[in-house]
Design a protein around this ligand. Structure first.
Ligand code: AMP
Length: 579
C-alpha cells in the first residue's frame, strides 16, 4: 500500500465497541430510552428529539447548523435559535389553518429555510415531504398531486419555472411560501416567520402518527409515496450513533441532496438528535471546495455517496494532499455500490477507509453497514444493524419464501418491525402489501451473504434506474416522452456508466410521417429535459420500430438492455414482436 498522505486522524472509542456482543444485547426498546419523549409522557415527536430537548438543555448554544452559502456567506444557527425559528414556522402553519396530517412540501436547496421548514412542520404534526430541486415541472406536479400538498415552501425562481405553470392542476395546494421574496398568489417565508409566535408547544404525538412522506420510483405506475412515522426517530438516532458513530462533539457533513431520503434522515434528523454540529453546503459538488470544507470546517464524520467518491478519485490525489484532513475520523457512503477500489482509495488518499452502508427510502434508515469497530470487507455493504434480521431469500413457484444458503444470490429481505420501517405507500395499500411475503419485507435488491454474515449487493431485481445515487422510474420518463407528438412508444433503461452508475437511455418508435433524424433526437431530449429536469431526462435516445413487447403487451426493457450491453438475451419465449 502506498504511503498514507494523511496522518494523525483522531482516535476515539467507537460507540459500538464489538459487533457480536452489541448485537446480542441491543434492543429497540432500549434505543427508545436514548431519546426523551415529549414532556409529561405526551408521546414521541421527531422535532422535539432533534431540537427542543437540546434547546432546553446544555446544548442550547451549540451550533446545530453551520451554513456555507454558495457566494461565501456563512451563518451559524444554534440549537436555541433553531428551536425559536421552528417554533415560528410551526405557529405560522397553525395560524394558516394547516394542521396534523396536512402535507407540507419543501422544494429547496441546502439552505437554512429547509431545516426550519422540515422541523417546524414536524412540530405542528404536519407531514414533511421533500422534493428534488433538479426535478422538472412534471415530476413535481405528480408528487404534489399524489401527496395532496396543502403547502409548498420553495424559492421565487423555482416557483416561477417549475410550479406556477401547473398550479391550476393542483387544487389541494392552498399555500405557496417563498423564501426570499413573495410573488403573486404566494406568501413570504420571512414575513410568516416574523409574524409567527416564537413559542410553540408540540401537541401530544403518537409515535405511530405520520411524519414524513418520501417519494421513490418503481418500474411501473406512478411514483410511490413511502409513509414514515414519528417513531422512525428511534432508528435515525440509533443509526447515527451506531452506524455513523456520531459522538457528542462531532462536526458532521452529509452531502446528500435534500430531495432524497438521505437528506432528511441523515442531513437533518440523525445528526440533530445526536446534538452534533452539521455543516450544510449550499453549492454543488466541486472537488477543490469539498476538500477545503473538510479542512476548514474540521469535519470529523463525513457521509457521502459513491458517485461523489468516484469524482474525487478522478480529480486526483494532489488536491487532498494540499489539505489537512486530520480532523476526519469516520467516512461513510450510501446509495449505490461502492467499488472496492474506492474503499482502498479512501485508505490511501484520505488515510481512512470508506464505510459502505445500505438502506432505501422504505427502510427509513441504515440497516446494513460497515462499522467503526470492524475491519471493512471491500465490496461488501456490511452486516445487519443490531436489531435487524436480514436474509437472502428466494420465492418458490408456490409463492412461498425460503432463505438461500450463504454465497447464493437471492433477494435481500428484512424481518419487519424496525422503528423507521415505512408504514404504507400513500393511497396504494395493495402495492404496499405486495412488498411483504412469508414474514419478510422484500427490498427489491438482489444480493448475497457470505458465511461471516457480510452482505454483497448484486443489482436491482426490477428495472428501476440508479443514476448518481437516485432512483429513476422508467415509466415516468417513458410517459414524458410519449407526450411528444412524434413518439408512438418509448422504453427506458439504465445504461452502466463508470461515473454515475447508470445513465438514462430511451428507445422510441415514431408515428408515421416522422423522420428518425438528429433534429428529432435533439428535440426529444429537449422536450424531456423541460418536462422532467436534466437529472431525470434521457441522455441518449435511439429510434427503434417496433419496440420488443411480451405477448401480454409489456415492453421488454430487459431485452433492450441485454442487447445494448451485448449480453445474452435470456428467455425470449414471451416476446411478441421481434424488431
Ligand atoms: P433510495 O430508496 O432512492 O434511497 O434507493 C435505494 C436503493 O439504492 C436500494 O434499494 C439499492 O438498490 C441502492 N443502494 C442503496 N445503498 C446501496 C449500497 N450501499 N450498495 C448498493 N446499492 C445501494
Amino acid at each position: 500500500m502506498r504511503e498514507r498522505i494523511r496522518k494523525g486522524h483522531q482516535r476515539v472509542a467507537p460507540n459500538m465497541e464489538d459487533y457480536a456482543s452489541y448485537r446480542r444485547r441491543f434492543s429497540w426498546a432500549e434505543a427508545r430510552t436514548w431519546l426523551d419523549g415529549l414532556p409529561g409522557g405526551a408521546g414521541l415527536n421527531i422535532a422535539h428529539e432533534a431540537v427542543d430537548r437540546h434547546a432546553a438543555g446544555p446544548l442550547r448554544d451549540r451550533v446545530a447548523l453551520r451554513w456555507l452559502g454558495r457566494d461565501g456567506t456563512t451563518e451559524a444557527i444554534t440549537y436555541g435559535s433553531l428551536a425559536e425559528r421552528t417554533n415560528r414556522f410551526a405557529s405560522a402553519l397553525r395560524d394558516l389553518g394547516v394542521g396534523a396530517g396536512d402535507t407540507v412540501f419543501g422544494l429547496l436547496g441546502r439552505v437554512p429555510a429547509l431545516y426550519v421548514t422540515a422541523l417546524g412542520t414536524l412540530k405542528n404534526k404536519s407531514v414533511f415531504s421533500p422534493l428534488f430541486s433538479a426535478f422538472g415541472p412534471e415530476p413535481i406536479r405528480a408528487r404534489l398531486s399524489i401527496g395532496k400538498a396543502r403547502v409548498l415552501v420553495t424559492t421565487p425562481s423555482l416557483y416561477r419555472r417549475k410550479v406556477a405553470p401547473l398550479r391550476g392542476e393542483l387544487p389541494s395546494l392552498e399555500h405557496v411560501i417563498l423564501v426570499g421574496g413573495a410573488l403573486d398568489g404566494t406568501l413570504s417565508f420571512e414575513e410568516l416567520l416574523a409574524g409567527g409566535s416564537p413559542t410553540f408547544t408540540i401537541p401530544p404525538t403518537d409515535p405511530h402518527e405520520m411524519a414524513l412522506l418520501h417519494f421513490t420510483s418503481g418500474t411501473t405506475g406512478k411514483p410511490k409515496g413511502a409513509i414514515h412515522v414519528h417513531e422512525a426517530v428511534v432508528a435515525h438516532h440509533a443509526t447515527g450513533r451506531i452506524a455513523l458513530d456520531l459522538h457528542d462533539d462531532d462536526v458532521f457533513w452529509c452531502t446528500a441532496d435534500p430531495g432524497w431520503v438521505t437528506g432528511t434522515s441523515y442531513g437533518i434528523i440523525a445528526p440533530a438528535t445526536c446534538g452534533v454540529t452539521s455543516i450544510v453546503d449550499e453549492a454543488e459538488y466541486d472537488a477543490d471546495r469539498w476538500y477545503r470544507i473538510l479542512e476548514e470546517q474540521k469535519i470529523t464524520v463525513w457521509y457521502t455517496a459513491p458517485t461523489a467518491v468516484r469524482m474525487l478519485m478522478k480529480a486526483g490525489p494532489e488536491l487532498p494532499r494540499a489539505h489537512d484532513l486530520s480532523a476526519l475520523r469516520f467516512v461513510a457512503s450510501v446509495g449505490e455500490p461502492l467499488n472496492p477500489e474506492a474503499v482502498i482509495w479512501g485508505d490511501e488518499v484520505l488515510g481512512l477507509p470508506i464505510h459502505d452502508n445500505w438502506w432505501q427510502t422504505e427502510t427509513g434508515g441504515i440497516l446494513v453497514s460497515n462499522y467503526a469497530c470492524m475491519e471493512i470487507k471491500p465490496g461488501s455493504m456490511g452486516r445487519p444493524l443490531p436489531g435487524i434480521d436480514a436474509g437472502i431469500v428466494r420465492r418458490l413457484p408456490d409463492g412461498s419464501i425460503e432463505e438461500v444458503k450463504a454465497g447464493e444470490q437471492g433477494e435481500l429481505a428484512i424481518r419487519p418491525g424496525w422503528p423507521s420501517m415505512f408504514r404504507g405507500y400513500l393511497g396504494e395499500d395493495e402495492r404496499y402489501r405486495k412488498t411483504f411475503a412469508g414474514g419478510w419485507y422484500l427490498t427489491g435488491d438482489l444480493a448475497r451473504v457470505d458465511d461471516e454474515g457480510f452482505f454483497f449487493f448484486v443489482g436491482r431485481a426490477d428495472d428501476v434506474i440508479k443514476s448518481a445515487g437516485h432512483l429513476i422510474g422508467p415509466f415516468e420518463v417513458e410517459s414524458a416522452l410519449l407526450e411528444h407528438q412524434a413518439v408512438a412508444e418509448a422504453a427506458v433503461i439504465g445504461k452502466p456508466d463508470p461515473m454515475i452508475g447508470e445513465v438514462v437511455k430511451a428507445f422510441v418508435s415514431l408515428h408515421d410521417g416522422w423522420a428518425p433524424d438528429e433534429a428529432l433526437r435533439t428535440a426529444l431530449i429537449g422536450h424531456a429535459r423541460k418536462r422532467l429536469g436534466a437529472a431525470v431526462a434521457p441522455k441518449e435516445i435511439d429510434f427503434l420500430t417496433p419496440l420488443p413487447r411480451t405477448r401480454s403487451g409489456k415492453i421488454m426493457r430487459r431485452l433492450l438492455k441485454a442487447r445494448e450491453l451485448g449480453l445474452p438475451e435470456g428467455d425470449t419465449s414471451t416476446l411478441e414482436t421481434a424488431p
